[in-house]
Design a protein around this ligand. Structure first.
Ligand code: EPU
Length: 424
């Protein structure tokens, strides 16, 4: 029998109080590999204590880097790295393992990295990443489920992405900063973590302009030195907690946030009848009245993020009227809907649209997380449901949410994390 993790939630308690948002997972998993481009140690602050960060740190240790955690700070000494082939057992656990390819190429002229894992939310192609590296002159093949990349003398180039992919933008940026000459990444992703990575690279001495716009310009080949840098707050954790506060009819202040990153969600919550107010780096959310159903379409940033599609559907399942939620980014991101139905939600999925007919209440049921944000959706559902909900496969939630049980308890929720033997 294997050990399994469970999150148990006694629903019906409106969340109240103040809670600090942790550092951004998707920023952290790009910044940590980038530290390997430096010729001296980096200190990365405000890291979230989530599984993906620890897996990445384990991979760096395996590669020979010096790694030292102190609270939410990680010191990375890249000078002792002596391998370019992280192991499959670690690489398969997360999406961002392929960010190691360009940084290992910068040190060794080659990299041998197992293809990435990450959440099972439909096809996750990598053609744009390979195009970016190849345009800069790397020779890459993926035979045997491994990136075999060779690139001793990369040269800057114009790279036009077919879509603003986060992964392809990060991977091309990481290669372009050590390639000689100028690179322009057109149709680049504009997510806050792209800007954060650009700022970190800048702090190391790289010349990177335009991050956050459609075109990122990089003058490569500069020597990069170690730096001390604090990661931005996690906008998906912020959004999940905003939704949980509103859905439970609570009254919550989120601290250490960047409200500007949350505009797409805030606009939607206001449309539903929720009170949302920005106060410098704090966001005040108050639910309580009746919630109106709305339509949501996921888009690239600054549109509504696909990573909040699942949690908002849980909330819409108890809002008045019919909501249409269209998932435009990932094809299989509605798997959790079946679990919500067990709790009484009335949701049909037609192609890429979830049609949510609001019901009066959800009721507890044993449910299973199928991926990280599906887990977040079930947390929101458990918080509003009548009775006690047990979420199995809760380890998915730990991939991206730091101490979610403690944070929710701090807001008054009755939530327990447990690990026990299970033969499921
Ligand atoms: N795409 C391609 N070809 C490519 C790359 C992407 O067709 O070469 C398509 C994908 O199929 C998808 C779209 O482009 O339809 C966007 O994919 P993107 O590459 O932007 O996603 P990603 O880099 O794999 C990151 C986050 C995800 C988040 C997406 C979208 C990290 C480590 N992961 O994934 O985060 O959902 O961007 O914003 O940054 C999560 O945190 O739960 C998570 C899944």
């Amino acid at each position: 029998m294997a050990k399994k993790e469970f999150l148990t939630i006694e629903g019906g308690v409106p969340l109240r109080g103040e809670v600090k948002v942790s550092g951004g997972k998707n920023a952290a998993v790009a910044i940590i590999p980038a530290a390997l481009l430096a010729d001296s140690p980096c200190v990365i602050e405000n890291l979230p204590d989530v599984a993906d960060v620890h897996v990445l740190a384990d991979m760096l240790t395996w590669l020979g880097a010096g790694i030292e955690f102190k609270g939410d700070t990680l010191r990375i000494d890249p000078t002792t790295i002596n391998r370019f082939d992280p192991p499959y057992e670690l690489a398969r656990k997360m999406r961002a393992s392929y960010y190691l390819v360009p940084v290992l190429m910068s040190r060794f002229g080659r990299a041998h990295v197992p293809m990435p894992g990450g959440c099972d939310i439909g096809a996750r192609p990598i053609d744009q990443t390979i195009k970016g590296w190849t345009m800069l002159g790397a020779d890459v093949n993926t035979q045997g489920g491994v990136f075999n990349a060779v690139g001793e003398h990369l040269q800057g180039a114009d790279v036009h992405l077919d879509m603003p992919s986060v992964g392809a933008t990060v991977n091309t940026m990481l290669a372009a900063v050590f390639a000689e000459g100028n690179t322009n990444i057109h149709n680049a992703a504009k997510e806050p973590h792209i800007v954060d990575l650009a700022n970190f690279l800048g702090s190391m001495g790289a010349w990177v302009k335009g991050a956050g716009t459609d075109t990122i310009r990089i003058r490569g080949g500069r020597p990069l030195h170690g730096s001390t840098y604090a990661v931005i707050p996690d906008q998906i954790e912020t959004g999940t907690l905003m939704i949980a506060a509103a859905a439970t009819g609570g009254d919550v202040v989120l601290t250490d946030t960047i409200p500007f990153h949350m505009e797409a969600l805030s606009a939607k919550l206001l449309e539903m009848g929720v009170y949302v107010r920005d106060e410098d780096d704090r966001i005040h959310v108050r639910g309580g009245g009746s919630l109106r159903g709305i339509n949501v379409k996921t888009q690239y940033y600054p549109g509504f993020p696909t990573d909040l599609q699942q949690p908002i559907v849980s909330m819409l399942s108890v809002a008045g009227g019919t909501s249409f939620v269209t998932e435009n980014i990932f094809e299989a991101r509605f798997r959790y809907v079946e679990e919500l139905r067990r709790m009484g939600a009335n949701i049909r999925v037609v192609d890429r649209v979830a049609i949510v007919e609001g019901v009066d209440k959800l009721t507890s049921a044993p449910v299973a997380a199928t991926d990280l944000r599906a887990g977040a959706a079930l947390v929101v559902a458990g918080l509003i449901a009548e009775g006690t909900t047990e979420i199995s496969n809760a380890h998915f939630i730990r991939r991206g949410y730091e101490n979610i049980d403690k944070k929710l308890r701090q807001l008054g929720a009755r939530v327990e994390w447990s690990t026990r033997e299970s033969d499921d």
